[in-house]
Design a binder for this molecule. Structure first.
Ligand SMILES: C[S@@+](CC[C@H](N)C(=O)[O-])C[C@H]1O[C@@H](n2cnc3c(N)ncnc32)[C@H](O)[C@@H]1O
Length: 483
């Protein structure tokens, strides 16, 4: 039996986490069960997200249905004091990870295809309704309580670099008339406003006249979010356009800007895009498949609040995800007195949403596609170097990154503030998501994977800790054509 304890930094010091107690409890349960102990791994995490998609303990099948089938027992050390670890583990082992009463909301699929992402999209599509219900804005749930993209020091530095590169090009008579900046994933528009306000001020001070030639394109998949952002940047008039597009395929709408964009500016978006995970166990790669569910308790509670029988909840959730809370309330007036009641159902379901996992063997990495255009072989250097490791594939972020590079002017750059791991080892010692924010999902972004893919495409990809706020986890990634 193999026992892996990931949060090593928490094993020492005055607040050292108790590993021995929960492990003893778990081992006692295993000793008293009929599980083949030679085919069990125990993995201990510390899930820093107060809200997440995991139980205190989860049981996962490895290579289910094959002669090599094994079990992984995953424990969240932060929460082992809540409830009875022994009773929960016993119930999970009895059902091979599927205890009685669980209400499944979708089918087994790679993590990026699960209904969690439809919830995430719904949140951005109907942000105002959610914020009205909670009474606070999404920015307050971001790391540090606000977006680092509105930090004036960081914006000034970014603009100074841009202006310098334009000055250099202007000196060589090579600066085009139209100066394009693209932002992907604009939220409430505060990031755009901070950038545009500062840019206008700098331009007035240095008298270059670049502001007159500037086109700032705000792009998002949520028309509602774009409406909010447009209002936020209202006084920049024609310098700003807004486009509905999926950040994972930017060239579909922005193809006309190929090689023309000087800055693609992204903050807190890559960590919000669909993500698979791959786990390497004993030299064999597995895809982590997931399936969303409600526990029996949360299903009963939601059923009571809506008057909908537990068995009909999965259908109701699907309907919510398809048509949104406003139309759902109209379509089902007997369940929902109005939109607020439908939003309440949405919030309760989100709160209760959990994901079961199982590991499906990948016969070869090339049998797995990160994106339609990128083979799983790209993961090989990461997996080969680190032995047993579980990593985020960040399929949406990879797709976005790869499809953004063709837009860049030869002197352009992509600048991205986000939660990155910059070394695969960080996945061995910390929990990298998914975490559950207010209505949306967060996954740390696999920096080494983006760097590897970028370097294959002739890009220089660098990471630097966000320099303008102390104690932040945010890293800035910069990608530009290699000299
Ligand atoms: C956490 S907010 C970040 C907003 C802003 N950049 C900031 O730092 O405050 C994420 C934004 O990305 C957008 N978004 C998420 N997934 C997207 C996708 N697939 N395509 C386009 N926009 C997306 C959301 O609508 C939202 O506006």
């Amino acid at each position: 039996m193999l026992i892996e304890v990931r949060p090593v930094a928490r094993l020492r010091g005055p607040k050292a986490v108790d590993v021995a107690g929960p492990l003893t409890e778990l081992l006692d349960v295993l000793k008293g069960s009929d599980v083949d102990l030679a085919k069990v791994r125990v993995v201990c995490d510390w899930i820093q997200y107060k809200h997440n998609f995991r139980g205190v303990v989860d049981v996962r099948q490895i290579a289910p249905g094959t002669p090599d089938e094994e079990l992984e027992i995953a424990v969240d050390l932060r929460r082992t004091g809540e409830g009875s670890l022994a009773a929960e583990t016993t119930a999970l082992l009895a059902g091979k990870g599927d205890p009685a009463g669980r209400v499944w909301l979708d089918t087994w699929s790679p993590g990026s295809e699960g209904c969690m992402w439809a919830f995430n999209r719904l949140y951005w599509l109907y942000l105002q309704l959610w914020e009205k219900a909670t009474g606070h804005e999404y920015e307050s749930t971001l790391p540090g309580g606000s977006s680092d993209a509105t930090n004036s020091g960081s914006v000034r530095e970014l603009i100074a670099d841009l202006v310098k590169s334009w000055d250099d090009l202007a000196q060589r008579q090579s600066l085009p008339d139209e100066l394009y900046v693209v932002e992907l994933g604009v939220g409430n528009g505060n990031q755009a406003k901070a950038w545009l306000d500062e840019f206008r001020t700098v331009d007035q001070e240095n008298g270059r006249g670049y502001y007159r030639r500037l086109h700032y394109l705000m792009c998002d998949y949520s028309p509602h979010v774009l409406d909010i952002a447009r209002t936020t940047v209202g006084d920049h008039g024609d310098h700003v356009s807004s486009l509905v597009l999926d950040a994972t395929t930017p060239t579909t709408a922005l193809g006309f800007l190929r090689y023309k964009v000087f800055l693609v500016y992204i903050s807190n978006v890559y960590d919000n895009l669909p993500c698979d995970e791959v786990v390497n166990i004993g030299g064999q790669p597995f895809r982590v498949d997931t399936r969303a569910y409600l526990t029996a308790e949360s299903a009963a509670e939601i059923s009571e609040s809506t008057g909908v029988p537990v068995g009909e909840l999965p259908g109701l959730v699907q309907k919510l995800l398809q048509i949104g809370p406003e139309l759902l309330a109209e379509a089902m007036p007997t369940c929902f007195a109005g939109t607020d009641a439908a939003v309440d159902f949405w919030r309760r379901t989100w709160q209760g949403l959990q994901r079961a996992e199982r590991f499906v063997p990948l016969p070869g990495l090339d049998s797995y596609a990160i994106t339609p255009a990128l083979s799983g072989e790209m993961l090989r250097p990461l997996l080969d170097a680190y032995g047993d490791v579980r990593i985020n594939v960040n399929n949406g972020a990879v797709a976005s990154f790869a499809d953004t590079l063709p837009l860049l002017h030869p002197f352009g750059r992509l600048v991205c503030h986000d939660l990155f791991i910059t070394d695969v080892g960080q996945s061995r010692t910390g929990f990298r998501g998914p975490g559950k924010y207010d209505g949306s999902v967060v996954n740390w972004v696999n920096g080494p994977l983006l760097a590897h893919i970028g370097s294959r495409k002739g890009m220089d990809v660098r990471f630097a800790p966000f320099a303008h706020r102390e104690g932040t986890n945010i890293t800035t990634m910069t990608a530009q054509v290699r000299d």
